[in-house]
Every structure is written in C-alpha cells, then in structure tokens.
Design a protein around this ligand. Structure first.
Ligand SMILES: C[S@@+](CC[C@H](N)C(=O)[O-])C[C@H]1O[C@@H](n2cnc3c(N)ncnc32)[C@H](O)[C@@H]1O
Length: 204
C-alpha cells in the first residue's frame, strides 16, 4: 500500500512555500548578508575548480553571488516558489526544483557545494543523507561550505519558518568527516540580536 505519511522534507517545503514572499523580502538579497560571510564565500568560491551548486538556494541571491565570484553556479531548492523567484530575478543563472536527498548530478561532477543555512532543518539522525549526496557529486579535492546556527549544545529551536537545529561546531565537523570530508576551516560569529553563526569549509 502506498505510504501517505508526511516526511520532514514535505514540512520544510510547505512551510517555506507559505512564507516565500516574506522570506524573500527579508533575506532574499545580498544586502541582508554579513560582510564576513560574503568575504568567506567569495574566497572559497574563487579557489574552486569546476561548477558549484548552491544547495538550498532559496531566492537565489547566493547563486548569483557565486557566479560573480568566478565558477559556473546553479541553484536547487525544494520550494518551487523560490525557484520561480530566482529565475525571474537572475534570468541568466540556472535554477531547478530539487532535493539534496537525490541530486541530479553525476558522481564527482562538481567543484563544490554551498549549503548556506540549508541543512538547518535536517534532524541530526538524517544529516548523513544529504552529506553523502554532496560527497557523491563533489570531485575529489573539491569543496563544501556549510553555514549554520552554532550552539554549545545540539538542539532544536523555533525557527520562524519551521523547526530548525543548532549544532556545536565539533559535532557538525565530525558529521562531515564521517561523510568523507576533511575539515579545513571553522568560523563562528556571535553578537547581540542574532543567533550564533557557524561556518565550515571542507575538502572532499
Ligand atoms: C534558511 S533557507 C536558506 C536559503 C538560502 N541558502 C539563503 O541563505 O537565503 C533554507 C533553504 O533550504 C531549502 N532546503 C531545505 N531542505 C532541503 C532539501 N532537502 N533539499 C533542497 N532544499 C532544501 C529550503 O527550501 C530553504 O529554501
């Protein structure tokens, strides 16, 4: 009998679909990003060889930024509304509806994957599935850059869109290593008015 149970990805898709306009207005442009993040993504992207995938691209602002930094860049996202907006806003970039759980890319075909705050809704017990997919499609020596909510302890919090998970740096780093990556750099940023930020660059 066909299963009709709701999967975590369905909840993420429906939650962002319902608030895609609000998200885009608030966070869907590079002016809402931190200068240190732009510097990190730009230097990471400039060192890549081969195309880069913006995995969980949302409204597409980082995909466009990546392409400006040098590599051929494309974006995928679960949410059709985001992909529609991204195509309209950045008509000379490539965007598709897709899922990390089954990327439409050949093994070792990419120079890198950017997962900027796009793994934040994965339950810790599910995180190896997208990481293994990233490891499959990134060429040996290629790069992965993950941005996420950092925390001293692992746990969930009430993200404005749907349940999200914060990760201690060491724990997420270990998950990357388990998936076949070498951690190259870790970054944290804390301050008043926002949740602690973490970023990890890793090599396949
Ligand atoms: C917090 S938003 C970040 C969007 C964008 N990277 C940014 O920085 O504005 C998380 C994004 O990840 C996407 N996402 C979450 N899980 C996904 C999955 N399994 N496959 C594809 N996209 C996913 C969501 O649809 C959403 O657009």
């Amino acid at each position: 009998m066909e299963s009709t149970s709701t999967q975590p990805g369905d909840i993420v898709r429906e939650s962002y679909s319902a608030r895609s306009q609000e998200y885009t207005d608030l966070l869907g442009s590079m002016t809402s990003t931190h200068p240190s993040d732009r510097a990190l993504v730009s230097s990471w992207a400039a060192a890549l060889t081969g195309p880069v995938l913006d995995a969980g691209c949302g409204p597409g602002q980082w995909t466009d930024f990546l392409a400006e930094c040098g590599p051929a860049a494309s974006g995928i996202d679960l949410v059709p509304e985001f992909v529609g907006r991204a195509r309209m806003q950045y008509p000379n970039r490539s965007f598709d509806v897709g899922s990390f759980e089954a990327l439409d890319a050949a093994p070792e075909s990419l120079g890198g994957v950017l997962a900027w705050y796009s793994l934040i809704h994965h339950r810790p017990q599910d995180i190896q599935t997208p990481l293994a997919e990233f490891a499959r499609v990134i060429r040996p020596g290629g790069g992965l850059l993950v941005g996420f909510f950092e925390g001293a302890t692992a746990g969930t919090f009430d993200h404005a869109v749907t349940t999200a998970y914060r990760w201690p740096m060491a724990e997420l780093s270990r998950e990357l290593v388990t998936a076949g990556f070498e951690v190259i750099e870790t970054h944290t940023r804390t301050g008043s008015g926002y949740r602690p930020h973490g970023a990890i660059t890793a090599r396949r």
